[in-house]
Design a protein around this ligand. Structure first.
Ligand code: CAA
Length: 445
């Protein structure tokens, strides 16, 4: 059975940046350290007035097709994952395919197109769909294009406003991939939850604190489910563990939970016992609440041990570098975390081929998914080709007043004309509206 996985990725960031500690915090009369130390964020990416989920997705996909020298005939499906869709019938993938057909010879008339919805986990679900399609032998030698694209905007004044972001990740799923092979094993933690939703509205209704608890609970279930079909994981099994990253502070909590879980019944737990005791076992407690409290007390001590801090610095921290600079990209967020980790390996000249990653995806509402990936020989070349650092460097730094204007410009319920802040060049732009109120796009040379 040949390997199936991610052959290439490209990232496209919204072209504006909002400085959280220096621009946003003072305007909100808040301590900048809430952003840098608490949430773990520095800047967020914003779409300029001519950008949206289609332009960002199409721009990422065009870069990917150009770099991999692909023609439309090489692509057998285009799946878009988004929670920012503006049409309940016509999928975003048709708009993106239309854009790409403007600049490539040929068409995608024989590619299966769709749109996946399950909050932020749908990017990973789209990769699963592509994997299954290839494994089933229905792909006719072609690859799948998976595009995770979002404008993660919250209503002004909502606590989630601090964690906004906008960007797209395009991924090519193929046989014999250059970047990572996906494990056949997966674990799920899924339940009907009301923590974050958009019932036919643009900006989400969020119970922020609860959403964090639900994230951790579903992630724990997914880890246990994965172990039931894969193996009992240990902390050193993985070079990096990229999690869904709504903001790095959330991953700090997920990382600690993962470490506690994987050191249980290992030598690491025995060694740590001298400092902080052994982990509480459920059987030792009369009720669940007392057990949970004991676990919390154990984790409180665990998070300050040298062993944990060293593991966190090596395995988790490198996954957060891009996220700190772009905020939440919803469906793209976990894929940004993977790219960040691989970029770190490249920059530190680490030999990674054959090593494993554990991917922790999550979507509100709520579902977590865990799978493993094996880094392939071609990873270095693929990651060297990323231009995310230059793109981030080129973003236009908006003032708070400009932020308010651009937020209004993207608000579907407002009719506010705002001049663009940057000049488009070599990219797709939103260029107006058609006779059936559809969005129209152009390619600007
Ligand atoms: N110095 C250092 N740290 C500070 C600080 C300061 N001056 N001020 C605050 N902090 C810390 C806080 O202690 C807190 O950290 P802990 O959680 O570790 O205690 C952190 O900074 C955030 O501070 P608050 O809790 O006071 O922030 P808040 O009440 O404004 O809201 C939030 C935080 C609930 C995450 C909010 O941003 C939100 O609603 N975000 C959207 C929902 C979200 O992202 N949920 C994540 C899980 S759901 C998911 O993952 C799906 C998704 O993509 C949306």
């Amino acid at each position: 059975m040949s390997a199936v996985g991610i052959d290439a990725i490209e990232i496209w960031t919204g072209k504006l940046e909002l400085d959280l500690p220096n621009t946003f915090a003072p305007a909100k009369n808040e301590d900048p350290e809430k952003y840098t130390k608490g949430l773990g964020l520095q800047t967020s990416s914003f779409p300029d007035t001519y950008e949206d989920i289609v332009t960002m997705g199409a721009n990422a996909a065009k870069r990917l097709m150009d770099r991999k020298d692909l023609m439309p005939d090489d692509i057998g499906r285009i799946d878009v994952a988004t929670e920012s869709a503006f049409d309940n019938s016509k999928p975003v993938s048709t708009y993106i395919a239309g854009c790409l057909e403007r600049v490539h010879d040929g068409d995608f008339h024989h590619a299966n197109k769709g749109e996946r919805k399950f909050a932020c986990v749908s990017g990973t679900q789209s990769i699963d769909d592509a994997y299954n399609w290839i494994r089933a032998g229905r792909h006719r030698g072609r690859s799948a294009l998976v595009i995770a694209t979002d404008t993660a905007l919250y209503a002004r004044g909502d606590p989630g406003e601090a964690t906004q972001g906008a960007g797209a990740v395009a991924m090519l799923i193929s046989e014999d991939p250059s970047l990572v092979e996906l494990s056949n094993e997966q674990g799920y933690g899924s339940a009907d939850e009301t923590d974050f939703l958009k019932p036919n509205q643009q900006f989400p209704s969020v119970d922020g604190k609860r959403s964090m608890q639900v994230y951790l609970a579903r992630m724990r279930e997914a880890v246990e489910d994965f172990e039931s079909v894969a193996w009992d994981m240990q902390p050193e099994d993985f070079a990096y563990i990229p999690f869904h990253t709504p903001f790095p502070g959330m991953v700090r909590k997920a990382g600690l939970l993962g470490y506690r879980h994987t050191i249980r019944d290992t030598e690491v737990e025995d060694e740590l016992a001298e400092q902080i005791g052994r982990q509480p076992r459920e059987a030792e407690y009369d009720d669940w609440e007392a057990y949970e409290e004991a676990i919390r007390a154990y984790m409180d001590q665990l998070k300050d041990t040298d062993e944990y801090l060293d593991w966190y610095d090596r395995v988790i921290e490198p996954t957060l570098d891009i996220s700190r600079r772009v905020g939440n990209w919803y469906t793209g967020s976990v894929h940004v975390a993977r790219a960040s980790a691989l970029k770190h390996a490249l920059e530190t000249d680490r030999s990674l081929a054959g090593e494993k990653l554990l991917i922790g995806s999550y979507g509100s509402g709520a579902q977590a998914e865990i799978h493993a990936e094996t880094v392939q020989d071609g990873w270095r070349e693929e990651i060297e080709a990323l231009s995310i650092d230059e793109q981030l460097e080129r973003r236009y730094d908006i003032s708070y007043e400009e932020y308010e204007k651009v937020h209004d410009a993207h608000n579907h319920d407002m009719d506010r004309e705002v001049e663009e802040f940057t000049q488009p060049e070599g990219e797709f732009v939103h260029a107006g509206w058609g006779r059936m109120n559809e969005r129209k796009y152009e390619y600007v040379e």
